[in-house]
Design a protein around this ligand. Structure first.
Ligand code: OAD
Length: 256
């Protein structure tokens, strides 16, 4: 794979890199992206049926079933070469901030540490819809439910409210402090990678623009065109699990 010399120079000289990831980074681990999932098994439902407090109140079993389906995929998945390359990159630069929209823990399992900024929460941290107390899943990995299956959510042992997934839904705020930290890192970095995101969901999708406005170089990794194409200084078209390890390999040997 051949990479532009000026891109390699920017990376070589960078002191602070932000890596901003979306569902595409976990696609090669077998976790369907949102847009894939909704053109497939869950095609009858739009995002607000599955990912909003109103959707949960209307049909909790539909929403819980969708997230259980995703959670089982996450529990069975392994980090892929893209997650591993991002963890590896952190060892090659003075500072790396990882900001993800993903609710899985594959970056953590790839070795990226515990201070990852999860803008959209965690699928592993459910809580009560009514009183917000955390809920502990029973130990073990249950069988993966079929896509499209409705499952009644468990009940809170304190108030009998329904348990909801610990993720951020439409019409909800991001976890406290997460967006402020992400914006600060975006405004401070020399290079921002946007990896595997359609750049459609706000405010997360604003992050590369914030970095670009402050003079950072924005590199996008995505097999498809996105709304970020015009903002990014470099558009690397392809799969993250192939492009990122190849880029790191070239970067290691790069002499400016
Ligand atoms: P999307 O499903 O919107 O977009 C996934 C992106 O990944 C697409 O642009 C694909 O082209 C790209 N992609 C697919 N395979 C890839 C690969 N192997 N390597 C690199 N890129 C690949 O997912 P997000 O942008 O993450 O929010 O979606 C943003 C938010 O929308 C999610 O966090 C979720 C959803 O509603 C909440 O749940 C709040």
């Amino acid at each position: 794979m051949i990479f532009d010399g000026s891109l390699l120079t920017h990376l070589h000289n960078a002191r602070h890199i932000v890596v901003f990831t979306g569902a595409g980074v976990s696609a090669e681990s077998g976790i369907p992206t949102f847009r894939d999932a909704q053109t497939g098994l869950w095609t009858h439902h739009d995002a607000t049926d599955l990912a909003s407090p109103q959707g949960f109140q209307r049909d909790p079993a539909l929403v819980w079933g969708w997230y259980e389906w995703r959670r089982m995929k996450v529990l069975r998945a392994e980090p892929n070469p893209a997650h591993l390359a991002i963890a590896d990159l952190a060892g090659q630069v003075e500072r790396l901030t990882l900001v993800t929209q993903n609710v899985d823990d594959l970056h953590e399992r790839a070795g990226s540490g515990d201070d990852i900024i999860h803008l959209h929460g965690s699928i592993h941290q459910p809580r009560c819809f009514a009183c917000a107390r955390p809920y502990a899943y029973p130990a073990g990995i249950p069988d993966e439910p079929e896509g499209g299956r409705r499952i009644e959510p468990p009940r809170c042992s304190h108030c009998n409210g329904r348990i909801r997934p610990g993720v951020v839904w439409f019409n909800e705020s991001l976890p406290e402090g997460a967006w402020a930290k992400a914006k600060q890192a975006g405004g401070d970095c020399d290079v921002l990678f946007s990896v595997g995101t359609s750049s459609l969901v706000w405010p997360a999708a604003l992050l590369p623009g914030i970095a670009a406005q402050r003079g950072a170089t924005v590199i996008q990794v995505n097999p498809d065109e996105t709304d970020l194409d015009d903002v990014a200084h470099y558009n690397l078209r392809g799969k993250a699990g192939e492009l990122l390890p190849a880029l790191l390999d070239v970067l290691r040997k790069f002499v400016p």
